[in-house]
Design a protein around this ligand. Structure first.
Ligand code: NAG
Ligand code: NAG
Ligand code: NAG
Ligand code: NAG
Ligand code: NAG
Ligand code: NAG
Ligand code: NAG
Length: 270
């Protein structure tokens, strides 16, 4: 700068998004001292301000502990008295510390819970799974993976509802995502897994639900005669086994007919 008679102060300014304006966070008074302004109180303990003198006017602010909140735009401003004795201000360009450079891998989701409309889940009921956790920066999405018997991957769902709470101080995004689906008999004992989707995520970062208990109705039973004959002779055919099988959760009870009488002779699967 030319025509500078005296440096009066140097300021660092930070862009305040909510006010769409730059405000001073640190003031350097030559040969006196450097101080953090009321607006810059959030920097206390995290930055070191170098002192300046009339002969050494390089103002430096060192961040010792960067937080997400620090990734924004900065400017500096020099207030000086020119050779004519007139006060002047000179302001720098914006410089930005960009958030792109901040990458924090998502942590293990906190939990997955199921929400059922009825205490007992039957075919045709809707079940909702809710997954919550800190997905960090950039915020990862949750994927839901449904596993059936023997860990067979049944369906992958992407969240249909999601809400995120941002904590700019520590680059955290707390996410709550959910999916809802209509239950079928095949979903009995299914386990839902929730995992963050991120290239940064370590493998096997997931939580799993309790197995889903589905009550489903009995399918059409099949009956088998043994021996299999068109006619049975009294006295000769001492024994005929009728085997009735079906499938259902809540073991179905079985009734067999004998001598044209309806009699429950077995309620167990034979
Ligand atoms: C700057 O000066 C003040 C007051 O003289 C002093 O307390 C402070 O420690 C100095 N800061 C540095 C970084 O030297
Ligand atoms: C500095 O950033 C503010 C806010 O984004 C913008 O309005 C202004 O034009 C920028 N100034 C320069 C010199 O880049
Ligand atoms: C399940 O959800 C579907 C689609 O949202 C809806 O049409 C159906 O009525 C729901 N069933 C029950 C039992 O709530
Ligand atoms: C299914 O996965 C769980 C962990 O997710 C594991 O403990 C279990 O051994 C697996 N079972 C089979 C049959 O692969
Ligand atoms: C679900 O996604 C996983 C991992 O991307 C994949 O291994 C699996 O085959 C998928 N399952 C289905 C049913 O598409
Ligand atoms: C980030 O900050 C929020 C609010 O202070 C806190 O609840 C959360 O646990 C923090 N996350 C991490 C990973 O430190
Ligand atoms: C029993 O015999 C009938 C008539 O011969 C035949 O259609 C049926 O398939 C047989 N059932 C079994 C289980 O063998």
């Amino acid at each position: 700068m030319e025509n500078v008679f005296k440096i009066d102060a140097v300021y660092f300014l930070v862009f305040i998004v909510s006010c769409i304006t730059f405000e001073s966070i640190a003031t350097y008074l030559p040969d006196i001292k450097s101080l953090i302004t009321p607006r810059g109180q959030y920097l206390i303990g995290r930055v070191t301000l170098r002192n300046i003198t009339q002969s050494s006017t390089k103002a430096v602010m060192v961040f010792n502990n960067l937080l997400c909140i620090d990734y924004t735009l900065y400017k500096c401003c020099v207030r000086y008295t020119d050779s004519g004795g007139v006060g002047q201000d000179a302001t720098s360009n914006n410089i930005s510390l960009t958030k792109i450079s901040v990458q924090v891998p998502p942590s293990l989701p906190d939990r997955i819970t199921s929400i059922k409309s009825t205490p007992v889940t039957a075919e045709g009921d809707n079940v909702t799974y809710v997954c919550t956790g800190d997905v960090r920066t950039p915020p990862a999405n949750f994927i839901f993976q449904k596993f059936g018997h023997e860990n067979i991957s049944l369906v992958n769902y992407t969240a249909t509802k999601t809400s995120t709470q941002e904590f700019p101080i520590n680059c955290s995004f707390y996410r709550t995502s959910s999916i809802t689906f209509m239950v079928t008999a095949d979903d009995n004992q299914a386990v839902m897994r929730c995992a963050p989707v991120s290239t940064l995520a370590a493998e096997n970062i997931y939580v799993e639900s309790e197995p889903l208990e589905v009550i489903y109705s009995v399918k059409m039973p099949t009956i088998v005669r043994h021996p299999n004959k068109t006619y049975y002779l009294v006295g000769l055919d001492a024994r005929i086994d009728l085997t009735c099988t079906t499938d259902g959760n809540r073991e179905p009870s079985y009734l067999r007919h004998k001598d044209n009488q309806l009699e429950a002779i077995s309620t167990r699967k034979l």
